[in-house]
Design a protein around this ligand. Structure first.
Ligand code: FAD
Length: 403
């Protein structure tokens, strides 16, 4: 006779860490997010506590001072953080992608040099593909790196939409190193460019890397999005990701690999914001009365709650599945694309439904849903728009199921 095995969604370790993060979010993030959002101010005290909790080193191996946890646990943590405020998850998001790139492709020297300080959050990483004239079409990158007689690479060009562009100390930047490469994607290299955190005009060894004032945005406040201007920035050959011999012209494949985990990460942010929108709707709909009863007692409102809860669950399952496949070493670009597509759209859907349930008050800054309404659309864009996810999924489907 088969013995029933109790179904556990999380291991004991995952339960412990996500409960810890939830408590931190309930006590420190949710009560303060409105203030930082209003001021568009970087949440230094929150980030200091995130450092103390070890959240900058969740996936970094223990030998480098991190927690050594897997992607599945990481996305569970990101869901919790995003339930509080997607900007705080944005602060660790590009950092996580940078540490992934180092762990997967970095030389031993690069790992030793950066990972221990990244694990503590002493230095933080940004990740830069986009330029003023391109986002989806990564292979149209114009920024170049050319090796000089002194052995240094000179980088010239302009980058756009760099999350953590000002406060980061490292930028993993994709540039063109072989303009004649055929196919085009073989002509790109990822450089680990160092800079002074918080400094707009770098000098000395980092001269030639400047950070214009941050871009003013609809939402996703607090965390900075900037341009980066590389103007004769000189980068040692040892800062080619993976080393010059192995890493030159490998940047496109490296960055696309990192986008796979980045997409699972954005999916988790979609789950977090959708979960919070549902919680706010559940609370408000039981407090607000119309026609003599709580609006939650009207069937039309219950249907909205039902649709939202179903979307949250489905988005969470897709996200966890994409992360588990990646942890198991299985190619999961299609699943990561599905998770990102579904969860970011679920985030937008749930936020809008919750906003409607709040009636006029949803439009007021007095209610949290107003912030979520401005924050949610970002998830439809970052790490590839919904159209780009559909392109990835469609292409993979046709590869897997050839007629
Ligand atoms: C707040 C914020 C933070 C960001 N952070 C970063 C970061 O840290 N690092 C980084 O590198 N980038 C970052 N980005 C950039 C982001 O990745 C791009 O904005 C995104 O990839 C879309 O590119 P785009 O804005 O150039 O739009 P475009 O590529 O110009 O697309 C415009 C529209 O056309 C659609 N489209 C494009 N091509 C096709 C096609 N072939 N078929 C059908 N539709 C298509 C798109 O889906 C979109 O709707 C950030 C963006 C924002 C808003």
């Amino acid at each position: 006779m088969a013995v029933a095995v109790p179904f556990e969604e999380k291991t004991d370790e995952q339960k412990a860490i996500t409960e810890m993060v939830r408590q931190f979010v309930d006590e420190q993030v949710l009560p303060n997010a409105e203030h930082y959002d209003n001021e568009d101010a970087f949440p230094d005290p929150i980030v200091d506590q995130m450092k103390e909790l070890g959240l900058f080193g969740v996936t970094i191996p223990e030998e480098y001072g991190g927690m050594g946890l897997d992607l599945t646990t990481y996305v569970m943590i990101v869901e919790e953080l995003s339930r509080g405020w997607i900007s705080v998850s944005g602060i660790i998001n590009t950092h996580f992608i940078g540490s992934y790139l180092l762990m997967k492709f970095g030389t031993d020297e690069q790992k030793q040099k950066y990972l221990p300080r990244m694990a503590t959050g002493e230095i933080r990483a940004a990740f830069s593909l986009s330029e003023p004239e391109l986002g989806s079409d990564v292979q149209a990158i114009k920024t170049t790196a050319k090796k000089g007689d002194d052995g240094l690479y000179e980088i010239n060009g302009q980058k756009m939409w760099v999350t953590n562009g000002l406060r980061s100390g490292l930028v993993f930047v994709l540039v063109k190193t072989d303009p004649d490469a055929e196919p085009r994607h073989k002509g790109f290299t990822c450089f680990i460019t160092e800079k002074e955190p918080g400094v707009a005009e770098n000098t000395g060894a980092y001269a030639g890397l400047n950070v214009p004032p941050q871009i003013k945005k609809l939402g996703y406040k607090g965390v900075e999005s900037t341009e980066l201007v590389y103007d004769g920035y000189r980068c040692p050959a040892e800062n080619v990701l993976g080393g010059e011999a192995a890493g030159l012209h490998q940047g496109f494949a490296q960055m696309m690999d990192a986008l796979e985990v980045g997409r699972a990460n954005v999916a988790a942010r979609g789950v977090g914001i959708a979960q919070r929108a549902l919680e706010l709707a559940l609370r408000y709909s039981q407090e607000r009365k119309t026609f003599g009863k709580a609006i939650a007692q009207h069937q039309a409102i219950q249907f909205k709650l039902a649709d939202m809860a179903t979307q949250v669950e489905a988005a969470r399952l897709l996200t966890i599945r994409a992360a588990r496949l990646k942890d198991a070493g299985v190619r999961s670009d299609m699943e990561a694309g599905m998770a990102k597509l579904f969860a970011s759209e679920a985030g937008r859907f749930c936020v809008e439904e919750s906003f409607r349930i709040h009636g006029g008050y949803g439009y007021s800054k007095e209610y949290e849903i107003e912030r979520l309404y401005r924050d949610a659309p970002l998830l439809l864009i970052g790490e590839g728009t919904s159209e780009i996810q559909r392109m990835v999924i469609g292409k993979k489907l046709l590869q897997r199921y050839k007629a």
